[in-house]
Design a binder for this molecule. Structure first.
Ligand code: NDP
Length: 790
């Protein structure tokens, strides 16, 4: 064939990568593996399973199914190693992390080939994306280890981290989990996915080669139940999971009330929005990357194409044309675009989902011709004419399947983009920077790529909103997932506070009932019932409404209605209102002191101290309102990656009984300072300081609905908040059982929670009760990637 003929047909030859080195490594292990525990491999277990190459169905290794004894041994090894590892100090750990990073680079090709053999992803991707990014993670976090003592002052390691990862980016996910955990002084027990354990086992070899202390990293292989065993082990203090929303929800329920710190990086149905002024050629290439990278088996895959109607036909034509040139083939062939689906089970799932979409009326396009005969291949597929409520517009397919919908206006694009229970990522394509930067904050997602897609870096946090999970991986924001505040260990159990009973009958003949506060107005309880609040000596002070589910629902509705406006109010504006609240509280300090004395029986001095601290706290968060800035991350991109702090949304806050005024203010003030709207349940025993506050709010220009107060049975009301799909986050200060209840209930829509596990905060100690920790829990970090240049 002549060169000019080749140019005419654009035929490619094959360019296979050799698998010899990877096979030699497998041979060195007899292709049979035990577990990596306490710095060495155990003997292969009796119960084993096969790992196969999806490109040809051949078995490449026999792996051990870990037993509960094995998991226990791994956790014990990690626990034993942890003290010494933490004691090495940041600089000592940094050396080890640098060594691991360097060895990953040294063996990069072996890692890449083994990954492609085991997972079926194109070698081009494992070689150029997965493995370099994994090395980058270790380098970056070596740096964080070095800086930990200074940059993370007041925080300490959590202990043993149990980590469960999926099969779509086996080694990259390992790096995302292990590097920050180790940097912050934790040790780990990691379970790779059953389909793709080999690069984790190769990493075990690297740990030996790097001289990593025994037990710092432990790797146990097996199926889902092994993941569950790790998560439920009593000595595991942190669980980090990436995978399906179903398993994420299980883990939320399983760990509820245990005090284990949890991060979940779950599924997505990320929108890829193309406006009519987009650079069409770039957007088409963007789609190739968004949905056909890794065969679409990507949690943040741009699987929902939203195209502006005026260009939709032309755009789809161009897309079909581009799809005709995509090459599907042997993962080790360097000249293919798509490799294999990881396993026949996944292949079948994708086929079933696509059949369902066609049944529901979608118009399917794909180029059938060029699939290899054997192996687990699925062609790039486009489904047009999908409606917003159709299964395929809502469910994650996790394959090379793009569904497309049209929109007319930017507002409609945002509405469609947010019409999902997920919120992981989004791509926005337009040459109009105002439009792009106007749309980005409106999309509920943890990552927004403007005129680009699938950009990742260790310096920028990654993670989702809503059912895409919570917590971030990467960036400074990701470090906090692997540390805990040092003050926690000194906290004591909160002593139960019981309401005073009314022993002196009658009151003074006037009806004094503190109302609830909903949407900026006083509200009577739906139940029509109230309860007396008495002094320690049993004298009636006032009645207070007994709120119920209906009141909570009304309050959530009011908070939701106020949410958009309050979130958009400038930091300066919020600061002014918080200062004003502080001033108005100061003007009435005498009344509040008296109320505290009457209700709780504390001395004048203690009451005065509490009121003063509450005033000061409003001033503190007024100060913070325009200063808790985001960051511009330093990522390898010609452009900027802006980590914006956004409000969590509508928050439910159950307030403590101890310090009934200061506790309430310490929780509500940071939440509203960051732009959240709040439904607060005040102290059940001593609610009147909170209900008194609404007179202060009313005179301080706080918009109606920003703070709503529902009095009554704290745990019952909080359960309704934790169950409510319109509530984005719940903070709870109460009992251990109440904390477990909140975490369990939150599993339904995976809302963020922050609970006290029955421990008492000293609300007068600013080190425990105010500051950035509170602001962090009141915000989501959204990373917006903005490349620049032509
Ligand atoms: P899973 O969520 O089941 O798997 C992820 C990891 O969790 C694996 O290591 C798995 O083990 C383990 N696991 C399974 N069950 C439990 C459990 N009860 N407790 C603790 N760990 C458990 O994902 P699947 O592999 O089943 O994929 C199903 C769907 O999930 C995909 O089609 C896709 O939609 C979604 N998914 C999303 C990912 C993401 O990155 N967001 C990644 C992978 C899948 P094992 O491998 O042995 O099952």
């Amino acid at each position: 064939m002549t060169v000019s003929e080749i140019f005419k047909t654009m035929e490619y030859g094959t360019a296979p990568e050799s698998a010899a080195e990877a096979k030699a490594w497998l041979d060195r292990h007899d292709s049979t593996f035990g577990l990596f525990i306490g710095g060495g491999f155990t003997k292969p277990g009796e119960d084993r399973f096969d790992s196969m190459n999806p490109a040809n169905g051949e078995t490449i290794a026999s792996l051990t199914e870990a037993t509960s004894k094995d998991v226990d041994a791994a956790v014990k090894a990690a626990a034993k190693a942890q003290k010494h590892w933490a004691a090495l100090g940041g600089a000592g750990r940094a050396r080890h992390l640098y060594a691991l990073a360097r060895l990953i680079q040294k063996h990069a090709r072996l890692f890449a080939v083994l990954e492609s053999l085991d997972n079926g992803k194109p070698i081009r991707e494992s070689r150029d994306a997965d493995i370099p990014l994994a090395a980058r993670h270790f380098y970056h976090h070596a740096g964080w280890a070095q800086l930990m003592e200074r940059e993370m002052a007041g925080y300490e390691p959590i202990g043993v981290a149990g980590q469960v990862i999926p099969w779509n980016f086996p080694f990259l996910m390992l790096a995302w989990k292990i590097a920050p955990a180790l940097a912050m002084g934790n040790t780990v027990v990691l379970k790779p996915a059953e389909y793709t354990s080999l690069t984790a086992l190769l990493f075990a070899d690297i740990c030996i080669e790097a001289g990593l202390p025994e037990g710092v990293v432990n790797i146990v292989t097996g199926h889902g139940p092994v993941g569950a065993m790790i998560a439920e082990h009593a000595d595991v203090a942190k669980v980090a999971f990436t995978g399906s929303t179903r398993v994420g929800r299980n883990l939320r329920e399983q760990t509820a009330g245990t005090g284990k710190k949890l991060t979940l990086e779950l599924g997505g149905k990320s929108p890829f929005i193309v406006f009519d002024d987009a650079d069409i050629d770039s957007a088409i290439e963007g789609i190739v990357d968004a949905i056909w990278f890794n065969q679409g088996q990507v949690c943040c895959a741009g699987s929902r194409l939203l195209v502006q109607e005026s260009i939709a036909e032309r755009f789809h034509d161009r897309l079909r044309q581009r799809m005709r040139t995509l090459r599907v083939g042997d993962p080790l062939d360097k000249s293919i675009d798509l490799g294999c689906i990881v396993d026949p089970v996944q292949h079948q799932r994708i086929s079933e989902m696509v059949a369902l979409g066609v049944d529901e009326g979608a118009d399917m396009f794909r180029e059938e011709t060029s699939l290899p005969e054997n192996g687990c291949y699925y062609p790039p597929t486009l489904l047009i004419g999908v409606e917003a409520g159709d299964t395929l517009a809502q469910e994650e397919i996790f394959g090379p399947v793009l569904v497309s919908m049209n929109f007319r206006t930017p507002a409609e694009a945002v509405q469609l983009a947010n019409n999902s229970r997920y919120g992981l990522a989004a791509s926005v394509w337009t040459e109009n920077i105002n439009l792009a930067l106007g749309v980005a904050p409106q999309i509920k997602a943890g990552v927004i790529w403007i005129n680009c897609t699938n950009q990742f870096d260790a310096a920028a946090g990654f993670g989702g909103y809503r059912e895409s999970g919570f917590g971030r991986e990467g960036g400074r924001e990701g470090l906090y997932e692997y540390v805990k505040p040092s003050y926690l260990k000194s906290l004591k159990d909160a002593a139960p506070v019981t309401p005073h009973s009314l022993t002196e009958g009658g009151g003074e003949g006037i009806d004094r009932t503190a109302k609830m506060y909903i949407g900026g107005k006083q509200a009577r309880p739906d139940s029509g019932y109230s309860q007396p609040i008495a002094t320690p000596k049993g004298k009636l002070i006032s009645h207070v409404g007994i709120g119920n589910r209906k009141d909570i629902r009304n309050a959530v509705e009011a908070a939701t209605a106020a949410s958009g406006g309050w979130a958009k109010a400038s930091g300066h504006n919020k600061a002014q209102i918080l200062y004003y609240i502080g001033e108005n509280l100061a003007a009435r300090r005498g009344e509040f002191e008296t109320r505290l004395r009457e209700m709780t029986g504390v001395s004048s001095k203690v009451a005065a101290g509490e009121v003063e601290a509450a005033i000061n706290r409003f001033f503190t968060y007024a100060a913070w309102a325009d200063k808790y800035d985001g960051q511009v991350h330093s990522v390898p991109l010609r452009g900027v990656t802006v980590a914006m702090k956004e409000p969590v949304g509508v928050m439910g806050i159950a307030c403590p009984d101890e310090a009934p005024l200061l506790g309430f203010v310490s929780l509500v003030a940071p939440a509203i300072a960051m732009g959240n709207t709040v439904v607060a349940v005040p102290s059940q025993a001593h609610p009147l300081s909170a209900t008194d506050l609404y007179q202060v709010f009313d005179t301080s220009d706080l918009p109606g609905g920003v703070v709503n107060i529902v009095t009554g049975p704290r745990d019952e009301l909080t359960k309704t908040l934790a169950d409510h799909y319109g509530v984005d986050g719940v903070w709870y200060h109460g009992t251990q059982d109440g904390s477990a209840m909140v975490e369990r209930a939150a599993a339904a829509n995976l809302k963020r929670t922050w609970v006290n596990y029955g421990k008492a905060i000293d609300w007068t100690d600013p080190a425990q009760s105010e500051g950035e920790e509170y602001l962090r829990h009141a915000t989501e970090v959204k990373n917006v990637w903005i490349p620049y240049g032509e």
